[in-house]
Design a protein around this ligand. Structure first.
Ligand SMILES: *[C@@H]1O[C@H](CO)[C@@H](O)[C@H](O)[C@H]1NC(C)=O
Ligand SMILES: *[C@@H]1O[C@H](CO)[C@@H](O)[C@H](O)[C@H]1NC(C)=O
Ligand SMILES: *[C@@H]1O[C@H](CO)[C@@H](O)[C@H](O)[C@H]1NC(C)=O
Ligand SMILES: *[C@@H]1O[C@H](CO)[C@@H](O)[C@H](O)[C@H]1NC(C)=O
Ligand SMILES: *[C@@H]1O[C@H](CO)[C@@H](O)[C@H](O)[C@H]1NC(C)=O
Ligand SMILES: *[C@@H]1O[C@H](CO)[C@@H](O)[C@H](O)[C@H]1NC(C)=O
Length: 652
């Protein structure tokens, strides 16, 4: 307990390995050399703001204003038992109490007057190479949340009336879990104060004694009922009450006493589950039931409770967890021994020794609240995506560890501190090429033979809107027959965008330009274009407009394509004669087969639809004799036909 931690830069490993309880025990000896000192009252409401890291280290003066909003905050080299107590906002740097647990000073720092929790926080830019490790000390301020309490409400003492004056009898003392000058136990009061009893106690040792200061006379009074009130000095004062019932005979009672004041053991990390670590023994000088001692582990930190078990009758402390998979090197365990009346508390310190040349351990901090690392695809070279702490407690060459990047294509290792590395971006990233990188770091110690360890983790590349949508075609042709129904489907266009659709960067919305909604409509999601007006070939043979595909990223990117719609002709027009009637004069001397005149007709349609025949319908003409003279002529008079059947052959 008296040893002080080594100075910070020389021993980052050691620092990071300190378990919570040890941190508390040691912190009173160490002068704060943290970058940031905070204090927070225990039992503050869950989620309470403790401080803002950025403000506290005056980050605005360290980085450029455009860099400031790009900062990311994460815990570094911080054990989960400690990490669970706090929440660090990765975007703002706000350090808060966790909403899931309450900060109880007596639980995180048992038996210690001061409670300073040491955290490390990484501040890094997501776009530039800025990376800084910040030491944060959180001083947990005691509040008067515990009253002095006696283990029992009532205790019985039998005293002979012939007792010598003065004689002292031990009483169970009260325990106040609060520490500090005012919240801890301050003293006792006895009621009534004017009887033959006094209390004696000293603050330095917790023994409370009841002194008989004047003769007891059984004839006058055969029993006493006293109240002992224990008080702390909090605001308001809290108290605990013990009723003492006093009767005849002299029976002494003793507290259980542990054979060692504080137990400390160093055990091999390879100790198997279920192994006996040590046997606690507390002796009690009383005979019979009063002398029976039972052992137990009072409520304490979860990582202690899950690692050890204590046999209530034999005092055997056994390992139930596995030292090699736990990341704790020193455990401080509270143990209690009780007889019928009294409880004695002590601590067992178990230091787990690294005995074999164990392979180096790699602790990866992902610099994010997730259990993987993530980085924007816009990240510049040199930006850190993870931090690696090498744990190798072996001495000599066994403890000299070198690491290398086994997957050096996109990421590299950069030494940061003693046995610490940053994993930095070494090659431009592109999410559309590789969205998740498997990064493997390999480390090797200098032992004979050397032992290696490797760690693989994922770096997810987060999407940026770096790709615009694109159409395959440079020009799209579509056709539709005229006289279409309203809402007829024309065609479906499709653009692609390799960016992430989930973020909107790759989600495309279609729209039309240079055309009215009354004529053409596009479904913004499917890209299906509908014709909302009946088209007329004779009026318009081609409609040109533009289709736009935009993504939903910031900033938005878009692509355009020209769409030409050909309106197809239908045979909706009839041929018609140039005149409603023709008259042709024919001389009677006209020879067979001689041309007597021309009829003309036309059709608005194009191509086949525009072809027609003319035939003479029998009986549809008259012959008018206009002159009987030689050279007289006949006239045929015919009417224009409206027949659609223009494929009839002319019958000569
Ligand atoms: C002691 O008294 C308190 C309050 O009067 C009560 O809640 C508690 O159960 C008692 N304890 C025992 C062991 O009798
Ligand atoms: C403790 O109590 C005394 C007397 O009430 C007061 O003067 C002092 O400021 C208190 N100390 C603390 C740390 O609260
Ligand atoms: C505790 O120890 C006693 C004596 O060695 C033994 O009989 C008992 O089974 C043990 N209890 C447990 C729960 O292991
Ligand atoms: C990461 O966390 C998720 C959910 O929180 C969990 O499903 C997953 O198994 C974890 N992965 C690793 C490697 O721990
Ligand atoms: C990363 O590893 C996983 C399996 O762990 C594998 O499915 C995936 O293809 C790997 N990714 C790359 C880019 O190699
Ligand atoms: C439509 O575009 C085509 C070629 O892109 C052009 O030849 C035609 O004249 C255009 N038609 C109209 C009505 O703009």
């Amino acid at each position: 307990m008296g040893s002080s931690p080594q100075p910070r830069p020389a021993a980052p490993i050691w620092r990071s390995l300190l378990i919570l309880a040890v941190t508390c025990l040691l912190s009173s000896a160490s002068v704060s050399s943290a970058d940031v000192d905070y204090s927070v009252q225990e039992h503050s409401p869950p989620g309470s703001l403790i401080g803002n890291i950025a403000t506290s280290i005056d980050l605005a003066n360290l980085v450029s204003p455009e860099n400031l909003p790009q900062m990311k905050y994460s815990f570094l080299n911080t054990e989960s038992s400690l990490r669970n107590l706090f929440v660090l906002d990765d975007k703002t740097g706000d350090l808060r109490l966790s909403r899931r647990t309450t900060l109880d000073r007596e639980l995180v720092c048992p038996f210690s007057a001061d409670c300073v929790l040491e955290l490390q926080v990484a501040i890094q830019s997501t776009i530039s190479q800025f990376f800084r490790k910040v030491f944060v000390n959180v001083d947990v301020i005691d509040i008067n949340d515990h009253a002095p309490t006696f283990r029992e409400n009532v205790t019985k003492i039998t005293i002979s009336e012939s007792v010598q004056i003065p004689t002292s009898f031990p009483l169970p003392s009260a325990v106040d879990e609060d520490r500090g000058s005012n919240n801890s136990l301050q003293g006792y009061e006895i009621l009534p104060a004017d009887g033959p009893f006094r209390l004696s106690y000293s603050k330095s040792n917790s023994n409370l004694m009841l002194e008989v200061v004047s003769e007891l006379d059984h004839e006058k009074r055969d029993s006493y009922r006293l109240k002992i009130i224990a008080r702390d000095g909090g605001e308001p004062v809290k108290e605990g009450v013990l009723t003492v019932e006093i009767d005849v005979e002299d029976v002494n009672d003793n507290k259980p006493v542990f054979t060692e004041t504080n137990y400390a053991r160093t055990v091999d990390e390879t100790v198997s589950q279920g192994s006996l670590l040590l046997t606690l023994t507390a002796t009690d000088e009383d005979s019979g039931d009063n002398g029976k001692v039972r052992y137990h582990l009072p409520e304490q930190l979860a990582h202690v409770m899950s690692m050890f078990s204590l046999n209530a009758t034999s005092g055997e402390l056994r390992l139930v967890g596995d030292f090699q998979t736990a990341d704790t090197e020193v455990y401080v365990i509270r143990v209690e021994a009780s007889d019928q009346a009294y409880t004695t508390t002590t601590t067992v310190t178990i230091r787990v020794e690294d005995t074999i040349n164990s392979e180096p351990k790699l602790l990866v901090s992902y610099l994010s609240p997730d259990n993987f690392s993530s980085i924007t695809e816009y990240a510049n070279l040199g930006v850190a995506v993870a931090h690696i702490l090498i744990k190798d407690t072996d001495r000599g060459p066994n403890g000299i560890v070198t690491c290398r990047m086994a997957t050096p294509q996109y990421f590299e290792l950069q030494g940061y501190d003693v046995k610490e590395y940053k994993v930095i971006v070494a090659h431009k990233l592109d999410r559309e090429t590789i969205s998740v990188h498997n990064v493997t770091v390999e480390c090797e110690d200098a032992g004979q033979p050397s032992l290696t360890a490797s760690k693989t983790f994922q770096v997810k590349v987060t999407d940026e809107n770096d790709n615009p949508p694109a159409f395959k075609e440079r020009l799209i042709h579509a056709r539709i027959e005229e006289n279409n129904e309203l809402g007829a489907e024309l065609t479906t266009v499709s653009a692609s965008d390799p960016d992430d659709p989930a973020l909107g960067n790759g989600r495309i919305t279609y729209s039309l330009e240079d055309v009215s909604e009354g004529e053409f409509l596009i479904d913004p999601v499917s890209g299906t274009i509908k014709v909302m007006k009946s088209l007329d070939y004779e009026h318009r043979r081609q409609v040109n407009f533009t289709v736009i595909a935009s993504d939903n990223g910031t900033p938005r990117r878009s692509a355009r394509v020209a769409l030409g719609v050909s309106v197809l002709d239908l045979n909706d027009m009839t041929p018609h004669f140039a005149q409603s009637s023709f008259s042709i004069r024919v001389s009677e001397r006209t020879l067979h087969g001689e041309l007597i005149g021309e009829l003309s007709a036309s059709d608005y349609e194009q191509g086949k639809n525009g072809q027609f025949d003319i035939s003479v319908v029998p009986g549809s003409y008259r012959v008018t004799e206009t002159r009987r003279d030689p050279g007289s002529e006949f006239a045929f008079v015919g009417g224009g036909s409206n027949s659609h059947s223009n494929n009839n052959n002319i019958n000569n």
